[in-house]
Write a protein that binds this ligand. Structure first.
Ligand code: ADE
Length: 225
């Protein structure tokens, strides 16, 4: 898989890809992540990437030209499955979206800034708009990092144990059950006995029941369907 990220702040985005699971995935060639600084696609001396809104109103708008140049160049080099725009008014990121995107070959992610991009960028180039939640960030970069992490960890071979992504919260629309490790007892709190029983069908059933109860308590909205 290849991910191309278009941003005015590549330095803000790079560090999540330089540690732990994402770094390992890149080092193992399971994913390529490329950063494109939008300012290198400007043509004026000031490297302008934004301007005032037509019709008045507070906040700057990202210009279409540099974005067009960057996306058109990338598309001339390979086919893309999706051109994603990070924006608070996009579709809220859910596990299902990450699952679907993890199966794609090439995707572009455009990070918004200021008030956002000229509407014509969305009309012309964007195939999917994603929000990471109902709050406004200073730009799309942190959202893009969250989206990439949620996708990359699902690529086969990225996680050591192939099954571990399948047992995450939200797979099957359930939160994950509680988990325990050493010590068996800590400050009077004991690990549930069932986990030492060696009866794996019973343990699996216990985990399913716990996941259901946990979801019912914390996120009943997930159980609606
Ligand atoms: N850019 C600004 N706020 C955002 C959000 N909540 N999700 C994605 N991109 C954003």
């Amino acid at each position: 898989m290849r991910i191309d990220i278009i941003t005015v702040l590549p330095e803000l985005l790079k560090s999540p890809f330089e540690a732990s699971i994402l770094k390992r995935a890149i080092d193992a060639n399971l994913v390529e992540v490329h950063f494109h600084n939008l300012r290198t696609y400007t043509t004026d001396n000031y490297k302008t990437i934004d301007d005032y809104q037509f019709g008045g109103g507070a906040g700057m708008v990202m210009l279409i030209e540099p974005i067009d140049k960057c996306i058109t160049k990338l598309k001339s080099e390979r086919d893309y499955d999706e051109v994603i725009y990070m924006t608070p008014d996009g579709e809220t990121l859910k596990q299902g979206i990450a699952n679907t995107l993890s199966l794609k070959e090439n995707i572009i992610i455009l990070c918004g800034h200021y008030k956002g991009v000229d509407q014509r960028v969305r009309d012309l180039f964007i195939t999917k708009e994603i929000s990471i939640g109902d709050y406004v960030l200073s730009g799309g970069e942190l959202g893009a990092a969250v989206l990439c992490d949620s996708i990359i960890r699902l690529i086969p071979g990225v996680l050591g144990n192939e099954t571990s992504a399948l047992t995450d919260s939200f797979q099957d629309d359930l939160l994950a059950p509680p988990i325990y490790t050493r010590p068996r007892e800590y400050k009077g709190l004991k690990v549930p006995e069932i986990l030492f029983s060696g009866n794996f069908p019973e343990i699996e059933k216990w985990r399913e029941d716990q996941a259901f109860e946990h979801t019912k308590k914390r996120r009943p909205d997930l159980l609606k369907d």
